[in-house]
Design a protein around this ligand. Sequence first.
Ligand SMILES: CC(C)=CCC/C(C)=C/CC/C(C)=C/CC/C(C)=C/COP(=O)(O)OP(=O)(O)O
Ligand SMILES: O=P(O)(O)OC[C@@H](O)CO
Ligand SMILES: [Mg+2]
Length: 252
Amino acid sequence: MDIKIGKVEKKLNQIIEDEGAVYLTLLDPEEENIEEIAENIKDYADAVMIGGSVGVVNLDNTVKKVKKITNLPIILFPGNVDGLSRYADAVFYMSLMNSLNTYWAITAPTLGSITILKYNLEPIPMAYLCIEPARKTAVGYVGEIREIPQNKPKITAMYCLSAKFFGMRWAYLEAGSGAEYPVNNETISMAKKLSDINLIVGGGIRKPEIAYEKVLAGADVIVTGNLLEEDVKAVEMMYDYIKKAGREKLKN
Ligand SMILES: CC(C)=CCC/C(C)=C/CC/C(C)=C/CC/C(C)=C/COP(=O)(O)OP(=O)(O)O
Ligand SMILES: O=P(O)(O)OC[C@@H](O)CO
Ligand SMILES: [Mg+2]
């Protein structure tokens, strides 16, 4: 079997090339007003991520609903092997590289691999790196992480380099959903410079100015989740700032 870069990943790469930055919104299948969120993000998000650390139910229905409303690519963001749906387009095929438990680093993705093949989902190979303050969030607890400190940016950068050497094309710098503060700019810029892997940054990004800074620091993709659960109209300004930073990055 040939491993080819699939349609969704090509689209993300194309947006990075043309616009300098991608905006992904994360929807939690647990969320009650999923339709309202989908309706509001459809003109701004480049693609939709769907997933949760705990309590994932009705995933198929959620994916179908979001697909019908938005027509955007749906990328699964599985919190475990049950986070897969045949109705999605792609899946972040992720290893939580800094987990203390090999289950999250390799067993869960391995157990999911056969389902991904059978469901014909496009796997997007990604290192999932949980950075301070992720330990205090759901993913830190569930994923049994060995938290990477923010004042040691080189450690994160080395994980990104390692991911690249392993053949992964993406690294997700995750401060944790609902994090008190996001991954700092120094960590992002060192990770990008050392590894030049496609960088996704998320967790605790609530202000467009902050997303703007993260893109200029080296993030290729910005993810917001909780923000839109709290104020769905915030999506427009978030989009504007991310794309503005993307254009500036392309100029330099
Ligand atoms: C590739 C396959 C099949 C599985 C990979 C499974 C792995 C490695 C999971 C890593 C550990 C984990 C629990 C990840 C969760 C990622 C995720 C869906 C986060 C979304 O945010 P929540 O943690 O649900 O946030 P809230 O607390 O805001 O709801
Ligand atoms: O919910 P927030 O804090 O935006 O985090 C989004 C994402 O990084 C979680 O995996
Ligand atoms: Mg959740």
